[in-house]
Design a protein around this ligand. Sequence first.
Ligand code: FAD
Length: 507
Amino acid sequence: MEWNHSTDVVVIGAGAAGLAAAVSARDHGASVVLVEENFDIGGHAMLSGGRVQLGGGNALQKKFDIEDSPDRVYADWTAHKRGDSRYNDRDLVRTFADECVPTFQFLLDNGVTFIEKPIVTPDASTVPRVFVTHEWHIPSEVIAPRRNRNGSGLVRRLAESARSKGVQILLKHEMTQVVRDPPRGRVLGIVVQADGKDVAIEARKGVVIATGGHTGNVNFRRIFDPRLTEEYQQAGLPYSFQGADGELAAMDVGASLWAAGTQTSEVGPAITKTRHVGTRWGYLSLYYETDSPIFHLAKATGLTVTDWQEAILVNQFGQRFWNELDSSYDFLNVALGNHGDKTKLNGGGPIWAIFDANAVARQKWKPKPPHVDPDGYFYSADTIFELAGRIANPYQKQPISGAVLQDTVNRYNSFVTSGIDADFNKPTPLHKIEKPPFYAAWSTPILHDSLTGLRTDTNAQVIDTRGEIIPGLYCAGESQGGFAQHGLGRCLVFGRLAGRHAAQRNS
Ligand SMILES: Cc1cc2nc3c(=O)[nH]c(=O)nc-3n(C[C@H](O)[C@H](O)[C@H](O)COP(=O)(O)OP(=O)(O)OC[C@H]3O[C@@H](n4cnc5c(N)ncnc54)[C@H](O)[C@@H]3O)c2cc1C
C-alpha cells in the first residue's frame, strides 16, 4: 500500500467519541489525524442536548452532595429489571463505572463547562448523574440554534482543545476502508475519499472507529429489526448521518458484532414517535429554526404537536391504528406493523397526522412553508376526499382512498360525539375533524439510538468473530456494542480509553 499520509493514530468521526479519542491519544504522546466526512465537526453530539451521563461521584455531584460511586453506577447499569441494563456486557460496564469520574475531569481539563444543576433522566440510573454542558456561544456554529442544543458546547470545546494540542482535523474526508495486513495481521491504516479521490492514511499505532452507529443504513439496521424498511428516517439528519460505515469497514476485516439484542430491547429512544409533523425530520427534541445554517437541507421546521387530541394518526391506507395519545412501544410496534399491504410485508409504511382548521387555530400552527414541507411531507385540501388524493410521497406506495379516509374521519367524529373511542380506547376523544381546510402531515416514527455495534474489549480494542483482538483497531461511541446506554456518557468514556490505549501501543 502506498500511503499519502502517515501518523500514529487515525480517528474516524469527529463526534463525541472521536473527539475524546483524538484528544486523549494526543495527551498520551501520539500524533493524531481525525477524519470527518461532514463539512463540520460534531456529529449527533453537536445536535444533542448536552446531557452528559458521567456519575460515580464526579466533582459536580460532590458539590450537590449527591452520593454516588463506581459500584453504584455498575449496579444500576447491570440490573436485571430494565432492558437498557439487563443485557449489558459486565466487563464494559465495570470499566465505564470506574472511568466516569476521570472522564468528567478530562472534559473539565479540556475546557468543557457545565450548568451547575443535576438532571434526572429516565434511564437505569438511581441517582442524579447527568449534568448539562453550556451551549456554544456563537449561534451560527450551533447548527440547530436557539433550541437548547447544548451539546454544541461539548464538541466545540473538545475540537478547540484538540486543535490547540496539535490534532489534525480533516473535514469532508469520508473513510471508505480499513486496511489490515492480510490475512489476520494488524490494522495498518485507512482509505478516505476526499474531493473525489482516494487518500490512504497510515496509522502506525492504531485506528479508532467513532462513526456514530448504524440507524441511517437501511440494510444494516434490518439485521436487528427487519421491520425497519426505508420509510423510517434517522434523527440527526440532515446534519449527521449514521451510515454504519465503521461497522462495515471493520466487519470487512473480520470484526464481530456484540450484544445485538440490545437494539430491540424496547427501552429508550431507539425508535420514537415524531413530535414535529409536516417535516421529514421531526425527531422529539430536534427543531431546525429558519436561521439554522442547514435550513436549506431541513426545508421545514415542522408543526410541534403538544397534544395528540388535536389530530388522528392514519396509516398508508388512511385508517387509524392506535390511540394517538400513546407514545410507548405499544404504539410504535403497531405503527411499524403491517396493515394489510400484500406488496410490502415488512414495515408499516408512512403514518400521517390528519387535522382541521380548528386544530390549527388552537395550536397556533402556521401550516405553510417554511413551517411545513409541501414537497412530499405536508398536504392540505378543502375536503377530506381531496386531501387523500393529494398525498404523494416516495414512501407512500399507493394513493390513499378518499372514501376510506372520509370513513375514518366520520367514525372518529362519532367517537367525539359519544365520548368513547370504540376502536382504540383513546381517552375521551375531544375534537372533531370538521372545519376546512383539512391537513395531512408526515408523522412516521423516526429512529435514533444505535444500541449495538462492534465487539470490543475494555480497552475498546475491536474483537473478531473468533473472539480474538484485531491488533490496532479500536471502536467507541454508538458504533460500539455491548452497552445499551443512551447517549454521550459511554461514547466519551470509551473514546478516551481508545485514544489512550492506541497511543500507548508499540507500532
Ligand atoms: C437531537 C439529539 C439529541 C441528543 N441529546 C442527547 C443528550 O442530551 N444527552 C446524551 O447523552 N445524548 C444525546 N444524544 C445522543 C448523542 O448525541 C449520541 O449518542 C452521541 O453523539 C454519539 O456519539 P458518537 O461519537 O458515537 O457519534 P456522533 O457524535 O454522531 O459522531 C460520529 C461522527 O462520525 C462521522 N462519520 C460517520 N461516518 C463517517 C465516515 N465514513 N468517515 C468519516 N466520518 C464519518 C459523522 O459525520 C459524525 O460526525 C442526542 C442525539 C440527538 C440526535
